[in-house]
Design a protein around this ligand. Structure first.
Ligand code: DON
Length: 307
């Protein structure tokens, strides 16, 4: 029997296709040249069913959607207490590229902003690991989450590193505050590689569904993260995943989420599903305009809001 879900998802995409607000990220030249007509959505259930429509095979860089997964790895590799010494869990209320340190401390406010993500990246793999070991560990786990081998988009990496003065500045401030053990340039270039991993919406939906499934990849059955780490990650996504729009998001869509500046967004509804959307035009917070509209519509129609 034909499933009605893909037809429904195609209708949702058609409903938002006319939205032309926003613009692709302009501070990374490869992203600034993105095809703004791209639009895709995927749903993955915790039983391993995946429904993907629109430009679902088109790859784009994961960008900040990498941050919750790097946070889960840092917790696994160092323990939560050690990670909390370096990165807090409070929403910053500021843009993602602000320094946003906690008052009276050198600790970045959360792992979803760039400063917190750079400190988090430096905690991936065993303490004292090389930049190569950290990125290899990250790409390996992301590939297991997607169920296929993923790789770094070298053009995006080069472009972001070339224009990476702001992130480099954050790295040096973290080092000065004692929040990095390694060289700041190494932490920032590793973080930028982490952001440059290519994915499509199907990959992202499976990653989100793994979080929704308490850390077990729904198609392969592999336990990838312990449930205690997933609880920590989903909690921080809920309060900080959509940056200074986190309040709007949680009142309207109502599920833990994370956006990236290439135009991707993931959402994870514990015990039920992971969803992923992609469209390159962003709003002033750095979240995909059509992506947010798709998620609002899915949440309303399917009753996804947690409350
Ligand atoms: O560090 C940066 O600026 C990018 N690599 C990632 C930022 C990002 O995706 C913010 N999300 N909306």
């Amino acid at each position: 029997m034909k499933s009605p879900i893909p037809d429904y998802l195609a209708d949702v995409l058609d409903a938002v296709r006319g939205i032309e607000d926003g613009a692709p990220a302009d501070y990374i030249d490869v992203l600034a040249r993105a095809d703004v007509s791209r639009l895709a959505v995927a749903l993955a259930t915790v039983d391993g069913e995946v429904y993907a429509v629109g430009d679902h095979d088109v790859e784009f860089s994961i960008q900040s959607i990498s941050k919750p997964f790097a946070y889960a790895l840092a917790i696994e590799d160092n323990g939560l207490d050690r990670v909390l010494e370096r990165v807090g869990v409070e929403p910053s209320g500021n843009a993602f590229n602000e320094l946003s340190l906690e008052a009276g401390s050198h600790r970045p406010m959360n792992p979803m902003i760039n400063a917190g993500a750079i400190a988090t990246h430096a905690l991936v793999a065993t303490p004292g690991a090389s930049r190569e070991a950290r990125i290899t560990r990250f790409v390996d786990v992301m590939s297991r989450l997607a169920g296929r081998p993923l790789s770094v988009d070298e053009a995006v990496f080069d472009a972001e590193l070339r224009d990476g003065n702001r992130n480099m500045g954050l790295g040096y401030m973290l080092k000065a505050g004692g929040m990095l053990d390694c060289d700041p340039g190494e932490a920032v270039s590793g973080y930028i590689r982490q952001c440059s991993v290519n994915v499509n919406v199907r990959d992202l939906a499976l990653m989100a569904a793994t979080l929704a499934n308490a850390g077990q990849q729904p198609q392969t059955g592999e336990p990838i993260f312990p449930a205690s780490s997933v609880r920590q990650v989903l909690s921080v996504m809920t309060s900080c995943g959509m940056y200074d729009a986190a309040g709007d998001w949680i009142t309207t869509v109502g599920i833990p989420a994370k956006s990236g500046v290439a135009g991707g967004i993931i959402g994870a509804l514990p015990g039920q599903l992971g969803l992923a959307v992609f469209s390159p035009r962003l709003d002033g917070h750095g979240n995909s305009v059509r992506g947010v509209a798709v998620c609002e519509r899915l949440s309303r129609d399917m009753g996804l809001h947690m409350m």
